[in-house]
Design a protein around this ligand. Structure first.
Ligand code: SF4
Length: 764
């Protein structure tokens, strides 16, 4: 760490260069922002700061406080606009100065502003899901603790440690000792905390360094400081400091660079984007966060300075070679460790708004739902070339450069690719699209098939499963059933008559099944069709079948093959990472057992595919492990035909209804799952399939531009995703598949289960 003397003497250009190295090392090219609404709960304040136009006298306000209904109406508008945060900013303890404040609070049944704040924070999180961040000034420990129960994070600008600043004359809450005590108490209470310094209000550079070092020291004791705001003073008409010079840009840049170099690297450094005319120097000085930006409300502290539009912020960020990412009011380090940092009441609201990295979901789309997906690749026909755009750098670009040189991606590189945001997503998709073209050309394939789920009765208790009617099923749609074998025969004959070339058989593990049941199913299929390809029985079903028959798995699989089975679906893989399986399917076969079942199947002449069910509780490291483990097996046996990402459809699943899972992947994550798979399996597995049932038609079309080449089956009678709440239909006609593919100018081609192609039916 540089001593103060060096920080003070180093030329600005050198200092900012050092700050960028630290920033890039800790946070890469990612710059975050929090989409929020700004709630000025009260503009009354007992302090009189020399720069402030926020605080007003009672006579200048229509009412002392916003009513709960007014607050909720702002929060609802924010929810509609895609915000995750409700930032409560308010004056400090106005009830101690203004009788009107006291009387209003008493009439509402509240003894203090903080108590009323806690009340409305609870309403906001319960009724809108927005995550409150309370910025209520210098507070006592009991007040911080009270607010911790209803907020995801809290904040208070330290501003300055200089005693006797003219700016703070008449502001008893701005006494440095009070601010430091609040910062310290927040740490003791494990509150994710935002603080900062105000540059240009009379403090000199050594004074600013002292404030930054005090913040770093408190963080060293408690680990609770998530971000430090470096804010520039701007004079406002009508204030005591109206004639004071604004903070010069180079002073702001120096303070940002100093903050980046004094604070531990994990603390994020923020500068408000609406208080500077030029954003590039702020990035150049070392920030990695733009703070809260609102599409709905003004910055009530600086109402003369409008928030930049999101498009402007993104353009400025990308022009400087960074990528913009949506975050929550609570940063990932804290969101991903909820037991330590969040009150129990806030854990699910934070999880519900999170993506797999603990950042904010960037669009309302969810798999199986009816919301259209965001356009991540630009409209069809828009110029590509992101890979060659100058100024790109960072981990994603480095991995892609290695891919271009033919390097294999390992688990760490796969995790880096999953971190892609903004322009990086387009870069990954372009590389995947090229690899797809090289591997399988432009044909988009599908198989004409029928699903037969012979029973939904299951002895297993997978927590993500809304299909089975076991004791954990909270969703009671549909009764338990077991198809008669004659009905299986009838459905197979009907499917073949309609042109199906494949039946896909899978179901629950019925307590009454013995190992012979699956052989009887195969006989029933063959009674309906002598030729139809039988794709059936998960690794769990065949493992259970062998166990219940008391024979080795290889012998059992051989009997199934001799009875007509050709290929196994990869389902039951979920995530091949036992840490995650312990949470989502603790009594199911483990990772090694799944791999062994497929290894054995391949050894007796059966083929199979790989699935991954993603977006519930796991993180990208688990996706990477899944890919590497299955790729290793493919190199050993060559038996896998395709990789099939299955986004978690959350709506009716036990684990979501118990408030313990996310609401499936974001569309960005789903797109990357297909694109990264294309890159990770390059040379090993040629086919990457899109599940239109879970992605919808518009989503599927984008994924076909990001490495995918197959649309799976036409799927008469798809029941499993629909049981979980998916809205997309139970079957897809060839004309509907053509409607997905036609705008891409690529041919739609029917295939067999093993990818023997028929003639093209549509497209170029
Ligand atoms: S996922 Fe399969 S094994 Fe698990 S509960 Fe559902 S039907 Fe049973």
């Amino acid at each position: 760490m540089l001593p103060d003397a060096d920080l003070l003497r180093t030329p600005l250009a050198e200092l900012t260069a050092l700050a960028r190295v630290v920033r890039d090392g800790a946070h890469g090219r990612r710059v975050t922002f929090s989409p929020k609404v700004f709630v000025p709960l009260t503009m009354l304040c007992r302090d009189r700061c020399g720069y402030c136009t926020f605080a007003k006298a009672p006579a200048r306000l229509a009412a002392p406080y916003l009513t709960a209904e007014e607050v909720l109406s702002v929060a609802r508008a924010g929810r509609e606009a895609g915000c995750h945060e409700a930032l409560f900013t308010l004056g400090e303890r106005p009830e101690l100065r203004y009788p009107a404040a006291r009387q209003w609070l008493e009439a509402q049944g509240h003894s203090s502003t903080v108590e009323y704040l806690a009340h409305v924070c609870r309403l906001v999180v319960e009724e809108t899901g927005l995550l409150p961040h309370a910025n209520a000034g210098a507070l006592f420990p009991d007040e911080l603790a009270r607010l911790r129960e209803v907020t995801a994070s809290q904040g208070m600008m330290l501003e300055s440690l200089a005693e006797g600043l003219a700016a703070h004359r008449g502001a008893p809450d701005k006494v440095p000792a009070r601010r430091l005590a609040t910062l310290e108490a927040a740490g003791e209470l494990a509150i994710p905390f935002t603080t900062g310094i105000l540059v240009g209000i009379g403090d000199d550079r050594p004074g600013q360094l002292a404030a930054l070092r005090a913040i770093a020291a408190s963080h060293a004791r408690h680990g609770h400081v998530q971000e430090v705001i470096v804010q520039n003073f701007l004079p406002k008409p009508g204030t005591a400091m109206a004639r004071t010079e604004p903070c010069p840009p180079e002073d702001l840049q120096w303070a940002i660079a100093a903050a980046r170099l004094v604070l531990p690297p994990e603390i994020h450094v923020q500068a408000p984007p609406n208080l500077s005319d030029d954003l590039a120097p702020l990035l150049n000085a070392g920030i990695d966060d733009w703070g809260g930006v609102s599409p709905v409300t003004a910055d009530h502290v600086n109402p003369e300075r409008a928030w930049p539009a999101l498009g402007v912020l993104r353009e400025a960020t990308e022009a400087a070679g960074h990528v913009l990412a949506t975050r929550l009011t609570v940063y990932p380090t804290f969101a991903l460790d909820p037991q330590r940092w969040l009150d129990a009441a806030l854990r699910f609201p934070v999880l519900d708004a999170s993506d797999a990295e603990g950042l904010g979901r960037d669009a309302p789309w969810c798999s199986g739902g009816e919301m259209p997906p965001p356009d991540l690749l630009g409209g069809l026909g828009s110029p590509g070339g992101w890979t060659s755009r100058p100024g790109r750098g960072g981990a994603v670009a480095e991995v892609l450069a290695g891919v271009a040189l033919g390097h294999e991606v390992g688990a760490a590189e796969i995790v880096s690719l999953f971190s892609a945001r903004g322009a990086e997503v387009r870069m990954v998709a372009e590389v995947a699209d090229d690899l797809r073209r090289q591997a399988v050309g432009d044909a988009v394939t599908y198989v004409h098939n029928r699903n037969i789920n012979y029973t939904n009765v299951c002895t297993f208790k997978c927590r993500f499963c809304a299909f089975s009617k076991g004791p954990l099923s909270l969703n009671l749609r549909g009764a338990p059933y077991l198809l008669e074998l004659e009905e299986i025969t009838r459905r197979v004959a009907e499917a073949e008559a309609e042109g199906a070339t494949e039946v896909c058989l899978q179901g629950g593990i019925h307590p009454d099944f013995d190992g012979d049941y699956y052989l009887h199913v195969l006989e029933a299929v063959r009674a309906g069709s002598a030729d139809i390809h039988i794709h059936g029985f998960t690794a769990l079903e065949v493992t259970e079948g062998a166990r219940r028959s008391g024979v080795p798995l290889a012998d059992y699989l051989t009997r199934l093959r001799e009875a007509g089975l050709k290929t196994l679906p990869g389902t039951a893989a979920e995530i091949l990472d036992d840490e995650v399986r312990a949470v989502i399917c603790p009594d199911k076969i483990n990772t090694d057992e799944w791999l062994e079942a497929h290894r054995t199947a391949h050894s007796v002449g059966l083929r199979s595919n790989i699935t991954i069910m993603f977006g519930s509780v796991e993180r990208p490291t688990s996706w990477a492990r899944h890919m590497v483990r299955t790729r290793d097996l493919q190199r050993e046996t060559g038996g896998f035909t395709e990789f099939v990402p299955l986004p978690f459809v959350h709506m009716a699943t036990p684990i979501y209804l118990q408030r313990r899972a996310r609401r499936g992947p974001t569309f960005r994550e789903a797109l990357l799952m297909h694109a990264v798979a294309r890159i990770a399996y390059a040379g090993d597995i040629d086919n990457i399939q899109v599940s239109w049932v879970k992605m919808g038609a518009a989503g599927a079309r984008q994924l076909l531009r990001a490495g995918a080449n197959d649309l799976g089956g036409t799927l008469m009678d798809e029941n499993i995703s629909r049981a979980a709440g998916a809205q997309h239909g139970q079957r897809m006609g060839v004309d509907e598949l053509e409607a997905i593919v036609a705008p891409l100018g690529r041919p739609l081609v029917q295939r067999s289960t093993l990818y023997a192609l028929a003639g093209a039916t549509a497209g170029a």
